[in-house]
Design a protein around this ligand. Structure first.
Ligand code: NAP
Length: 334
């Protein structure tokens, strides 16, 4: 099965624009659309095949059987999905959005779930827009590819259209150097609430608390403060779009954190001022993370690695096993 083919990226901000750069650099036929003319002009000036005409871009995607990548934030998705349904009625669709359950329900509302496979590259910077785009942003990064279209039970039939698009999305992510980790949308949202969305809420809270300490606090702030508040520099609209669209999972994670903080506060205020409970548990958790992900950014990960042959007997069990252990996958051709 050939999983290559043209790619059409809608929305050329940090993620969509960087993807377009990587695809073109890898020799993939790729073109794009962006709402603001400033980005369209800048991308064309940089040599990319980009248009500001959405209808024309989608008709071209339909004609070329391109895989459509939605590179816009959640609030822009309903309009984009309506346009895709109307002007590119048979293209495969994926996205890069940081929440997956909300996107899946929007996709279902538009009757597009049979040709949608969600994606979330776990890469980024605090900068936005075409000027922030770069080649190599996804190299070595995890790229979650959703599996909601795969039957839970191994003896059920896998929809052939869905499987073809799923393989194309895996191929896209691998082609830009990412490590594909499969997950159901709900499992993804529960996990990213803990490791990403909660991080944003805590970084904002920490920045506010330090700022309230006045000029001296900020003058003394060094690398621990800089590292812990880095993501508070993200464009606020993007943070709100992530957190507010993953509310249930984020509230669960926040409740756990608040309970840890309340216990630490009580321990600190008690006569023996002993916060070993939180500090020891946090240190151990950080060491477990480092054992899996490497001690510094860029070190090889120790996450499990599973090769799958879609369509071959037993492959769905392997896929579900990979999901259950957070494994990276690679596709073997049948
Ligand atoms: P960005 O740099 O701010 O780019 C946003 C893009 O969406 C721009 O092309 C913008 O077009 C377009 N857009 C915004 N609102 C629109 C609307 N109403 N209609 C049409 N186009 C619209 O943001 P980004 O970081 O690339 O984020 C894009 C997606 O990637 C988001 O869903 C985000 O959750 C996800 N993501 C972000 C990161 C990260 O670290 N930043 C990481 C992983 C995933 P204009 O030029 O016209 O404004």
């Amino acid at each position: 099965m050939d999983h290559s083919g043209p790619v059409c990226v809608l929305g050329l901000g940090l993620i969509g624009g960087s993807l377009l750069r990587d695809l073109v650099a890898a020799g993939t036929s790729a073109f794009g659309w962006n709402r603001s003319t400033a980005t369209v002009d800048a991308a064309i000036a940089d040599g990319f095949d980009v248009s500001g005409d959405l209808v024309a871009t989608l008709r071209r995607a339909e004609k070329e059987d391109a895989l459509i990548v939605l590179g816009v934030p959640v609030p822009a998705l309903p309009t984009m999905l309506s346009a895709v349904a109307e002007h590119a009625p048979s293209c495969g669709i994926t996205d890069v959005t940081s929440v997956k359950g909300e996107v899946l329900s929007l996709v279902e509302d538009h009757g597009l779930s049979d040709r949608f496979v969600g994606g979330h590259p776990m890469a980024g910077t605090a900068d936005s827009g075409w000027d922030a785009t770069m080649e190599g942003l996804f190299r070595g990064a995890v790229w979650v590819v959703t599996t909601d279209g795969a039957p839970e039970l191994p003896d059920e039939t896998v929809d052939a259209t869905w499987l073809r698009i799923w393989c194309r999305v895996v191929h896209l992510a691998v082609g830009v150097g990412a490590a594909v980790v499969p997950a159901r949308s709900a499992a993804h949202d529960g996990a990213v609430a803990r490791i990403s969305h909660l991080t944003h809420v805590l970084a904002e809270s920490l920045a506010v608390t330090a700022d309230r300490g006045g000029a001296l606090s900020l003058s003394l702030a060094a690398s621990s403060f800089r590292d812990a508040t880095r993501v508070a520099g993200t464009e606020p609209g993007l943070v709100r779009a992530m957190c507010e669209n993953n509310r249930d999972a984020l509230v669960t994670a926040l409740d756990e954190t608040i309970s840890l903080l309340q216990q630490a506060r009580a321990d600190l205020a008690a006569p023996d001022r002993d916060i070993a409970g939180l500090v020891d548990a946090g240190h151990a958790a950080r060491l477990r993370y480092e054992a899996l992900a490497g001690r510094v950014a860029g070190e090889p990960s120790a996450r499990p690695y599973i090769r799958l042959q879609p369509g071959v007997s037993g492959w769905l069990e392997q896929l579900h096993y990979a999901e259950s252990v957070g494994a990276q996958i690679a596709l073997l051709e049948v």
